[in-house]
Design a protein around this ligand. Sequence first.
Ligand code: GDP
Ligand code: MG
Ligand code: ZN
Length: 291
Amino acid sequence: MLNGIVVKAYNSYYYIQSGSKIVSCNLRGRFKKERFSLTVGDEVTYTMTGPDKGVIEEILPRRSILKRPLVANIDQVVLTFAAVNPDINPALVDRFLVVAEYSELDIIICINKTDLADLDAVSQLAGRYEQIGYKVLTAAAKAGTGIDTLRSLLYNKISVFAGPSGAGKSTLLNAIQPGLELTTGEVSHKIGRGKHTTRFAELLPLAGGGFVVDTPGFSFTEFNDMEAAHLMDYFPEIAAVAPACKFNTCLHYKEPQCAVKQAAADGRIHADRYQSYLEILTEIRENKKGY
Ligand SMILES: Nc1nc2c(ncn2[C@@H]2O[C@H](COP(=O)(O)OP(=O)(O)O)[C@@H](O)[C@H]2O)c(=O)[nH]1
Ligand SMILES: [Mg+2]
Ligand SMILES: [Zn+2]
């Protein structure tokens, strides 16, 4: 029996990469009966039925699963934002961070297009996230700046690139791995393509080992599945302070003697981060009201 990884799923065919070879496989009938949804990133065993053809025998246990886009066994997410054009929006950064934390992914924040930006503003914003404990990289994909560092962090891992449209994700990936030739720019064209790639995520191999997934972003519908009481767990600096709140049911909203609110007032928690927390908390609570 051979081992491989699903790099692409299309029309009930699964493309399995094993070493440098790609084998197109079907699933054994019994999997279909079990309604098991095999997905990109899954590790499988298979047997050959022809020169480039095979049949999947077994699906190995998953280490992780990201729902939208649907990819299994992701090691980390590279949240990519343009410093400028489109200008980085800290509230949107926080929303991406919350979905990534909720999905239990390791996180790298990449601030791209630094060639267009005020470097003091970039390092100030980077510092805000570094202080929380996040790894922050800066890059200028078109000039090739920051590419080597980013590439070294992707070695032998499955990494998903997510972030707003136009941030430069595809441009970064093309620089990291020449030959990928991902489409860049042309926003109107990309909207259609974006939808397509969301449904059919594909693992793109890196020459040094490892895979990347280019995505048009995350879906923030994950907020619908979150519990208000758990939201603080997706803000590490809030979770760190919360045990000092008077009430252990504190949602850090209007409760008295709230250590989080106090920390936000003192500047130990960034005011914007606390504001993002409150906004998402409100969304979660409004979603759960009736309907
Ligand atoms: N000035 C500058 N432009 C960039 C940089 N990276 C990407 N771009 C441009 O930004 C636009 C969007 O890039 P793209 O990679 O398609 O973004 P994506 O939607 O995140 O995949 C394209 O026109 C790129 O040429 C950069 O570092 N500096
Ligand atoms: Mg792109
Ligand atoms: Zn509190």
